[in-house]
Design a protein. Sequence first.
Length: 273
Amino acid sequence: MDQQATAGSETGYAPVNGMQMYYELHGAGGTPLLLLHGGLFDIEQQFGALLPGLSAGRRVIAMDFQGHGRTSDIDRPLNTRDLASDVVGLLEHLEVREVDIFGFSVGGAVALHLAVNRPDLIRKLIVSSVSFRPDGDRGENSEAVAAMTVDMIAGTPMEERYLTVSPHPDREHLQGLLDKLGRYDAGATGWSDDAVRGIAAPTLITVGDCDMVKLEHAVRFLQLRGGDVNGDFEGVPASQLAVFPGTTHFFGLAKTGLVQEVVTTFLDSPLFR
């Protein structure tokens, strides 16, 4: 560990796939909860307000993805498969064999990939503001990211954060990150119904009511996970859906109290598979 971030937390860098991956450890107890942020965000921007509540009574592991936050970039595109490999590398470095996983947007795609391909690693799955196939997205967000330049985010907290903590804090590297995000998972077809249906981990799906993910897609996601039933007669399924009101994609986790209540209730509930 290289420094103390806050009281009771530790930070470090792990050598993973040719880069130095920044991570933080908070809290103690229970199955560790792994936090995976969205594109152009980092631990602090995505989960900073949630960390005190999420780490009360449980171990929390948080990481900055390739080229984000304090993690170095490498000569490699950004895609779900490679980021999932980075996550596995970090868990191996930390000698962690099983986690609950909470991923938002890009992080949600990575969490979903791991749940499908590495079910041994995942006890419970939380996927926020992410589709399991491209046809579940409205499209405007992807088009906006593909056209994004550093001038368009000049003066924003995202630019300020990048230039403050990145190992390569200049606008040229920031534009390189934007370009990689604009091509993220280009041509990917997503997951089949059978793949989603076959996920072993109980799943919490969250989405904003005015998110980039279509509400009908979120409901279909729930149905494939065994939800959308009459719980009074059939029982409440292990997999659930939360729709956050007045919530866009960019501000998908902004309602801290609501998000924390929904997430911790799901994590603390009995494990039914």
